[in-house]
Design a protein around this ligand. Structure first.
Ligand SMILES: [Zn+2]
Length: 59
């Protein structure tokens, strides 16, 4: 699967998704569009409530 950072992913789809909408890789990876090492989109954030829980714990 091609790998894109969230910024490129948004540009390609004319969208304004955030980390809350998409799961990003923990490690930096080469974005195939801008050619920079960034966290790339791994898939749709299926359980947004889990994201919320995880990020609430960090605070
Ligand atoms: Zn990119």
């Amino acid at each position: 699967m091609a790998e894109f950072c969230l910024d490129c992913w948004n540009r390609m789809n004319h969208a304004h998704w955030t980390e809350r909408d998409y799961v990003l890789s923990d490690e930096r990876d080469l974005c195939e569009r801008c050619g920079e090492f960034r966290r790339v989109v791994e898939g749709e954030q299926t359980f947004k409530f889990l994201y919320d829980l995880r990020h609430r714990k960090k605070k």
